[in-house]
Design a protein around this ligand. Structure first.
Ligand code: PBG
Ligand code: ZN
Length: 335
């Protein structure tokens, strides 16, 4: 469709008043699309603010419950939960311990909030392993040079299966594997089904990039790799077609929802994924994206509230049904 050329066509006619602008607005950000990430840490007696993420903290179980109730009160429909255990080991066994911090948090929040809020459990091992990688390490190859430790794919899947069942037993509404191991969705789907959780959906971090924008998160979740990096399992930021293959694999393995992460630098990927699959699609506006807006706003360099609403709306426009964002708390009252 070609618009009538000027001077018959005058696009500004529909921008002349607020009511007309709102009448023709194409996309809307709603609080019902927001997912709020929260961190709970074992063994602390009061919430510990996260310096690089103003407004966020590592919570105690008690402060987590308070924060979750407030978010629910603001109409935020879903929480994405991360646990930080008091003790770590090579396998990350606290991730599936029945009395592990994340399981305790899930039970407490389920008891507090009933079915009013979806509790999405992030499933990974990097917060739980002493080496900080997202799975178990392969035995060191004496001939290898430079690249750092290698995460062993298939043995890691066995551990993910345990975590998924433990999280579902503790009351998770949705399981969200974020480790980027091959076959993780299928492994988790199988484990959940065998344990009687055939109705628990999977939100797959399907296209997750090896991004520099996760830095504040690694402070928050204490999950930075002690050596090496995640380029051996997370995606190369230069790749777009590969994201479609990753999503196709996860869909074939049983993903109910898929995620692209980070958001703003990957809006093209988000668009392609939504167009190609038409599945419920999430985008994760990650910690570094949040921190950049907060830092610039603190300096008075941008209007923080305005930029927040602009970027969250752009993520919706690019095709996200769900927006995972540290801004959930700030944005919800404005929507
Ligand atoms: C762990 C995980 C990360 C994030 C979510 N889950 C960090 C990483 O992969 O290093 C990042 C989220 C954010 O930056 O907000 N698998
Ligand atoms: Zn991880």
């Amino acid at each position: 469709m070609q618009p009538a050329p000027f001077p018959v066509g005058r696009p500004r006619r529909l921008r002349r008043s607020r009511v007309l602008r709102e009448l023709v607005r194409e996309h809307e950000l709603s609080r019902r699309d927001l997912v709020a990430p929260l961190f709970v840490k074992e063994g602390i007696s009061q919430a510990a603010p996260i310096a690089s993420m103003p407004g966020h903290a590592q919570h105690t179980l008690e402060s987590l419950r308070k924060e979750a109730a407030e978010l629910a009160g603001l109409g935020v429909p879903a929480l994405l939960l991360f646990g930080i255990p008091a003790g770590k080991d090579a396998e990350g066994s606290q991730a599936w311990a029945a009395e592990g911090i994340i399981q305790r948090a899930l039970r407490a929040l389920r008891a507090d909030l009933g079915d009013d809020v979806a509790l999405i459990a992030d499933l990974c091992l990097c917060e739980y392993t002493d080496h900080g990688h997202c799975g178990v390490l392969a035995p060191a190859d004496p001939g290898a040079v430079g690249e750092g430790p290698v995460v062993a794919n298939d043995p890691t899947l066995e551990l993910y299966r345990r975590v998924a069942v433990a999280q579902a037993e503790a009351g998770a509404s949705v399981i969200a594997p974020s480790g980027m191991m091959d076959g993780q969705v299928g492994a988790i789907r199988g484990a959940l089904d065998e344990a009687g959780f055939g109705d628990t959906p999977i939100l797959a971090y399907a296209a997750k990039y090896a991004s520099g924008l996760y830095c504040p998160f690694r402070e928050a979740a204490e999950g930075a790799p002690r050596s090496g990096d995640r380029t051996g399992y997370q995606m190369d930021p230069a790749n777009g077609d590969e994201a479609l293959r990753e999503v196709a694999l996860d869909v074939a393995e049983g993903a109910d929802m898929v995620m692209v992460k980070p958001a703003l630098a990957y809006l093209d990927v988000l668009w392609r994924v939504k167009q190609a699959f038409g599945l419920p699609t999430a985008a994760y506006h990650v910690s570094g994206e949040y921190a950049m807006v907060k830092a610039a706003a603190e300096r008075g360099w941008v209007d923080g509230e305005r930029v927040m609403l602009e970027v969250l709306t752009s993520i919706r426009r690019a095709g996200a049904d769900l927006v995972v964002t540290y801004f959930a708390r700030d944005a919800a009252p404005l929507l």
